[in-house]
Design a protein around this ligand. Structure first.
Ligand code: IDP
Ligand code: MG
Length: 140
């Protein structure tokens, strides 16, 4: 299996509860390496652009409000089959459905405030990484 990259966000519900380190440790323990990381307060434009794929969904407006409600940590993660590995350790979107030992089972507050984002394909990982990072900010 190839070493690939994925894009992660530690969401405002998690930074508010000071869980940046705890979540990053779970990512690292899952075999992922943080090769870029920045704490930002997302603008409304950034949130709407990042989640444009969801703009017809009923939760789009609330999601953008939530994602701009506090700091987030945007990260690039590297590892064997990184997109899949990260989705496994994140757990299901709805924490009520998430498996034991996953980040969302451990920490998510709700289906919206679910602590982490992770890319869902290699193609989207590249788009999402490029949305937040310049190549020279990623040090593998
Ligand atoms: P994912 O984050 O597991 O890939 P997506 O379906 O891509 O899930 O949804 C993006 C984000 O939108 C979720 O992580 C969550 O924060 C929010 N979201 C998804 N479904 C709902 C919902 O039914 N109600 C409220 N928020 C939702
Ligand atoms: Mg998604």
């Amino acid at each position: 299996m190839a070493v690939t990259r994925t894009f992660s966000i530690i969401k405002p519900d998690a930074t508010r509860r000071n869980l940046t380190g705890a979540i990053t440790k779970m990512l690292e323990d899952a075999g992922l390496r943080v090769v870029a990381s920045r704490r930002i307060h997302m603008s409304r434009d950034q949130a709407e652009g990042f989640y444009a794929v969801h703009k017809e969904r009923p939760f789009f407006n609330d999601l953008c409000t939530f994602m701009t409600s506090g700091p987030v940590v945007v990260q690039v993660l590297e590892g064997e089959d990184a997109v899949k590995r990260n989705r496994e350790v994140m757990g299901a979107t709805n924490p009520a459905d998430a498996a034991e030992g996953t980040i969302r089972k451990s920490y998510a507050e709700s289906i919206e405030a679910n602590s982490v984002h992770g890319s869902d394909s290699d193609e989207n990982a590249k788009i999402e990484i490029d949305f937040f990072f310049e190549p020279d900010e990623i040090v593998g």
